[in-house]
Design a protein around this ligand. Structure first.
Ligand code: SF4
Length: 438
């Protein structure tokens, strides 16, 4: 083991975690030793998040903590795009780079901590899929960076720029490596998965010698051939999404779509600068459900957006009651520094936001509880995430890790993480299921 040691702090969303994994993989390949404490580290890398104000503060605090505890700190990630803001508070960091700047991070490391000489990449055991910070049996697959939308509440495009899709051959090779290394579930992520390949005019690339177009359908179809669970996140309900529904009906990819819709009132969607024709979305959802009866739909919404009237909010409630989405996240609107929505008139009172949030959650919990109740008595395939002395915890095809519910298998210890088992569902509440292994 080398004496050159690096500490790593990873903040933010799953997308940031993928960047962390790649940097860690490279460091390990070069022979650095990754250590879990400030004291043992020669320097510390902080991979920051800058999505909302509280994340910015958390990132600045993490940099401050690393400087106090260790003194040699390299900053990367979303907040790194705002170098001046960081330097104003922490002038002594060694280097600052923006998101997905793997080479620049590595260059800064090399400058302050030379590559260990004794390392031999052929002898060191770096796991082929990289150093994972998540459980080994699922992995996030980032297919693009940036976003072409300009939603008024979001500063991602100004921080990460326009959409840049990774070549499809590269994405598929990475997916294949992950699967060969034992990954059982691939979580496809990007800011806008349905827009994949728009920037490259859906250029044809090669994977294992065969031509594949960089579009959502061909990417999804090829991922479906890998024989593991493939779950699609951040999919907008554009017409071409209809094309992937047959792949779900045929069992090639999971019958699951995560579609951040954000609102249902045309006025609010316009203020948010988001596309979305509610009637068409409802029609589309009904059609998808007819073709794939076990389809799980997940979405997120914002309540209390500037200018939201009681009528707008009622439209949102009507929509969720009609759409009966399976999994829903709800956020109370809060201004994000740099977002154009901050300039919109008629901000909603905090008490009204609270009250709407509570009404929204109550409605959704009722829907979710009823939907999960319908699963009682069915047999589901469950991917095991954790096992301890009390039993096992896993997920059905309808549950994404970290954001959806789980299945508790009380007393079941003859399974291990990564196993896929058949489970009879015995019980449900509004979020989770309980079952017994067949
Ligand atoms: S789609 Fe909208 S919310 Fe999502 S990253 Fe792009 S601009 Fe932000």
């Amino acid at each position: 083991m080398s004496n050159q040691t690096v500490g790593f702090v990873s903040l933010g969303c799953p997308k940031n975690l993928v960047d962390s994994e790649r940097i860690l993989t490279q460091l390990r390949v070069e022979g650095y030793n990754i250590v879990p404490s400030y004291n043992d580290a020669d320097l510390v890398i902080v991979n920051t998040c800058g999505f909302i104000d509280s994340a910015v503060q958390e990132s600045l605090d993490a940099i401050g903590e690393a400087l106090n505890e260790n003194g040699k700190v390299i900053v990367t990630g979303c907040l790194g795009a705002k170098e001046d803001e960081i330097r104003e508070i922490h002038p002594h960091v060694l280097g600052i780079t923006g998101p997905h700047a793997y080479e620049a991070v590595l260059d800064t490391v090399h400058k302050h901590l030379p590559v260990p000489k004794q390392h031999n990449p052929f002898l060191d055991l770096v796991p082929p899929q990289g150093v994972k910070l998540t459980p080994r049996h699922y992995a996030y697959l980032k297919i693009s960076e940036g976003c072409n939308h300009r939603c008024s509440f979001c500063i991602i495009p100004s921080m990460r720029g326009d959409l840049v899709s990774r070549p499809v051959g590269q994405v598929l090779s990475e997916a294949e490596r992950l699967v060969n290394a034992g990954v059982k579930e691939l979580l496809v992520i990007s800011q806008d998965t349905s827009a994949y390949g728009v920037d490259t005019k859906h250029r044809t690339d090669f994977w294992n010698g065969r031509p594949v177009k960089s579009d959502m359908y061909q990417l999804t179809e090829a991922l479906g051939e890998l024989g593991v669970w493939t779950r699609l996140h951040y999919v907008y309900p554009y017409p071409h999404v209809d094309n992937v529904i047959p792949l779900m009906a045929e069992g090639k990819v999971l019958p699951y779509l995560d579609m951040p819709l954000q609102h249902a009132s045309p006025d609010i969607l316009k203020k948010m600068k988001r596309p979305g024709q509610v009637e068409r979305t409802l029609e589309r959802i009904q059609r998808w459900r007819r073709d794939v009866p076990d389809l799980t739909l997940r979405s997120t919404f914002i309540v209390g957006f500037p200018g939201e009237t009681e009528d707008d909010f009622q439209m949102l409630l009507d929509f969720i009651n009609e759409a009966e989405l399976d999994r829903v996240g709800c956020f109370k609107y809060s201004p994000v520094e740099g977002a154009t929505a901050n300039a919109l008139p008629n901000p909603v009172d905090e008490a009204v936001k609270e009250e709407r949030f509570a009404r929204f959650m109550e409605a959704q919990q009722r829907i979710s509880a009823a939907k999960l109740q319908r699963k009682v008595g069915t047999v589901q395939e469950v991917l095991i995430d954790e096992v301890d002395e009390e039993g096992a915890i896993g997920r059905t095809k309808g549950d994404a890790p970290e954001i959806d519910g789980v299945v508790y298998l009380n007393g079941e210890s003859a399974v291990k993480p990564g196993d896929i088992v058949k489970v009879n569902i015995d019980n449900a509440d509004e979020y989770d299921l309980w079952g017994s292994k067949l």
